[in-house]
Design a protein around this ligand. Structure first.
Ligand code: GDP
Length: 526
C-alpha cells in the first residue's frame, strides 16, 4: 500500500492579520473538522478546562497550540490529508511557537493587505528560514482598502530576502474590489450579493486578452487589471517549484479570508506545491519518511487539560513508518519502551482513539510525565532527532513563595512546567532562590496563573540580577575551573546541565572571549 498523502503545515502571522478567520475557512472548505483543544473537552467535560485557559479568554488570545485536520479529494480521486498545526498568535510568543514550527513541512504566511510585514510575521519567518521551511504567502483583506499590491510584493521580497511570484491578482481593493484573477487557471472570482462574499462561482477566460472580460469588469477595473498583471508577471520571478521548496521563493496569493476569496486556491496550492513529509534532521542520519519502522519526536506537551486529571498529552510528529495502536515505542528520554495504547489521532473526526497514522501525522500520546518536549521515539531506540532547541531566555526573574512551606510543591510545579516548555527553570549554585527564564512576558503570567490554579502555590516574581543565560559545554576540567571562579553566576537547568547566568549580553561576549575552550550556547538541544 502506498503511504497516504499528507501536508503538514502551520500558519504564521502577526495578531489580527486574519489567521483565525483563514483557519476557519480552510476547515470549512475541507469539511472535516476536529479541534485538538477539544479532545479532552467532550460531553460533560466540555467546560472542564483548567483555569489558566481563562487567560486566553480574558485576553482574547490563544496560548495553546492545537492540531486541526481536514481532507480534500483531488481531481484524480485520491485524497490529501492536511494537518494544520496552530501556533499561538500573540506578540509575546513562547518557545511553544518555535517548536511547533519544527513539526511542519511548510507554512502559510498571512499578511494584512493594509499593514504588510509586521514584527511577529518577521520573527516567525526567521524561524522558518532556519529550517528552510517553504512559505506560501496569502495577502489577506483585499475586500478592504489596502496598500498597493506592488508595494506589498516588494516589501515581502526586501524584508524577507525572498523571490516573490504573484499567482493571482486583486482587481481593485476595498470599495473598488471587483474580484480576484487567477493567473494559472485564468479564472475570475467575483463578489456577489449584498454580503459581497465569494459564492463558489467563477468565470473561465482564455487569458487576460479575452474580450469577454469586458462584460465581467468595469472599464476602469479591466484596464487596471491588464496593466498591473502585465507588470506583475513581467517584473517578478516566475513560479519555480524547487526554489519554493528550498525556501528561496514564495508564491503569493491575494484574497479575503472573511469573504472566502482565495481560500480554495490556497488549498489547491498546498495540495500541488507544498512538500509532502520531508526527511527530518536526526542522528546518526536524517530520517526519510520512507523508512520502514516508526519514528517521531515530541514537539509539545500539554499538561492538565482537565483539572480533574493530572495526565498530559504529548504531541508527537510521526516522521516515518506506519503507526499502529498498541505499538511499543522507546522514548529517548527514559530509554524504556512504552506501549502506546490510547493514542489520539486528530484526524479521526468522531473517534478519539487512533488505529493508524502515517508520516506527517500528529499523534497525541497520553502519559504521566514520562514524555518530554524534544524526546525522540522509535521502535528500535536508535534515532535521536536534532534541532528541537531550548532558547536562551530573554527575561529572567527570581521566584518567591508567599508561603515558604510550599517549597516542595513549587519545585515539582516548576519541573513540570519547564518540561512542558512553558518556562525554563535554573537552580543557582549559591542561594536558594530559583530563577525563571522565559522568551516572552506572557509566559510569566501563564506561570503564575497555572501555579495557583493547578498546584495551589502562590508565588511572586522579583527582578533577578541577570539578563540572559547560556548553556555551557566543554571539557569537564575547564568547566569546573570556570564554575569555581564564577560561582555566583552558575546554575543548573532542570536536567542538571551547567548554565551561566549573565548580567548582560556584553558579559556573555566577554566571558566567551576569555574562555575559548568553553562553548556558550544560546540554545540547548535535547
Ligand atoms: P488573527 O489574530 O490573525 O487570528 O486574526 P482574526 O482572524 O481574529 O482577524 C482579526 C480581525 O480581522 C477580525 O475582526 C476579522 O473579522 C478581521 N478579518 C479577518 N480576515 C478578514 C478579511 O479578509 N477581510 C476583512 N475585512 N476583515 C478580516
Amino acid at each position: 500500500m502506498t503511504t497516504p498523502e499528507r501536508r503538514t503545515f502551520a500558519i504564521i502571522s502577526h495578531p489580527d492579520a486574519g489567521k483565525t478567520t483563514l483557519t476557519e475557512k480552510l476547515l470549512l472548505a475541507g469539511g472535516a473538522i476536529h479541534l485538538a483543544g477539544e479532545v479532552k473537552a467532550r460531553g460533560a467535560n466540555r467546560r472542564a478546562r483548567s483555569d489558566w485557559m481563562k487567560i486566553e479568554q480574558q485576553r482574547g488570545i490563544s496560548v495553546t497550540s492545537s492540531v486541526m485536520t481536514f481532507e480534500r479529494p483531488q481531481a484524480d480521486g485520491s485524497i490529501i490529508t492536511f494537518n494544520l498545526l496552530d501556533t499561538p498568535g500573540h506578540e509575546d510568543f513562547s518557545e511553544d511557537t518555535y517548536r511547533t514550527l519544527t513539526a511542519v513541512d511548510s507554512a502559510v504566511m498571512v499578511i494584512d493587505a493594509a499593514k504588510g510585514i509586521e514584527p511577529q510575521t518577521l520573527k516567525l519567518f526567521e524561524v522558518c528560514r532556519l529550517r528552510s521551511v517553504p512559505i506560501i504567502t496569502f495577502v489577506n483583506k483585499v475586500d478592504r482598502e489596502g496598500r498597493n499590491p506592488f508595494e506589498l510584493l516588494d516589501e515581502v521580497a526586501d524584508k524577507l530576502a525572498l523571490d516573490v511570484c504573484p499567482m493571482s491578482w486583486p482587481v481593485g481593493m476595498g470599495g473598488e474590489f471587483e474580484g480576484i484573477y487567477d493567473f494559472a487557471t485564468n479564472r475570475l472570482f467575483q463578489p456577489h450579493g449584498p454580503s459581497r462574499e465569494f459564492d463558489d462561482s467563477f468565470q473561465q477566460f482564455a487569458g487576460l486578452d479575452d474580450p469577454k472580460l469586458a462584460a465581467a469588469l468595469s472599464a476602469h477595473g479591466l484596464a487596471k487589471l491588464r496593466d498591473e498583471a502585465e507588470l506583475a508577471q513581467g517584473g517578478y520571478a516566475s513560479f519555480d517549484l524547487n526554489a519554493y521548496r528550498h525556501g528561496d521563493l514564495t508564491p503569493v496569493y491575494f484574497g479575503s479570508a472573511l469573504k472566502r476569496f482565495g481560500v480554495g486556491e490556497l488549498i489547491e496550492a498546498l495540495a500541488r506545491y507544498a512538500p509532502p513529509p520531508r526527511p527530518q534532521p536526526a542522528e546518526p542520519a536524517p530520517v526519510e519518511p520512507e523508512r520502514g519502522d516508526v519514528t517521531g519526536f515530541i514537539f509539545k506537551v500539554q499538561a492538565n487539560m482537565d483539572p480533574q486529571h493530572r495526565d498530559r498529552i504529548a504531541f508527537m510528529r510521526l516522521c516515518s513508518g506506519r503507526f499502529k495502536r498498541g505499538m511499543k515505542l522507546t522514548p529517548s528520554g527514559t530509554g524504556k519502551p512504552m506501549a502506546v495504547h490510547s493514542p489520539i489521532l486528530f484526524f479521526a473526526q468522531d473517534r478519539e482513539i487512533a488505529d493508524e497514522a502515517f508520516p506527517g501525522d500528529i499523534i497525541g500520546i497520553p502519559n504521566h510525565g514520562t514524555l518530554r518536549v524534544g524526546d525522540s521515539l522509535s521502535e528500535k531506540a536508535d534515532v535521536r532527532f536534532t534541532g528541537l532547541p531550548n532558547f536562551a531566555p530573554e527575561i529572567l526573574r527570581r521566584i518567591a513563595l508567599k508561603d515558604p512551606t510550599k517549597t516542595k510543591q513549587l519545585r515539582k510545579a516548576l519541573d513540570d512546567l519547564s518540561e512542558e516548555g512553558v518556562i525554563q527553570v535554573f537552580y543557582p549554585e549559591i542561594g536558594s532562590q530559583w530563577i525563571i527564564g522565559v522568551v516572552g512576558q506572557l509566559q510569566l503570567e501563564v506561570l503564575i496563573s497555572r501555579l495557583e490554579a493547578e498546584y495551589k502555590v502562590e508565588a511572586v516574581l522579583e527582578p533577578a540580577p541577570f539578563d540572559t543565560a547560556r548553556w555551557l559545554s566543554g571539557e569537564a576540567r575547564k568547566l569546573d575551573d570556570f564554575s569555581g571562579i564564577n560561582r555566583s553566576n552558575m546554575a543548573k537547568d532542570r536536567d542538571g546541565n551547567p548554565v551561566f547566568l549573565a548580567r548582560s549580553a556584553w558579559d556573555v561576549g566577554y566571558q566567551s572571549e576569555r574562555n575559548p575552550d568553553i562553548a556558550f550556547s544560546a540554545t540547548k538541544e535535547r
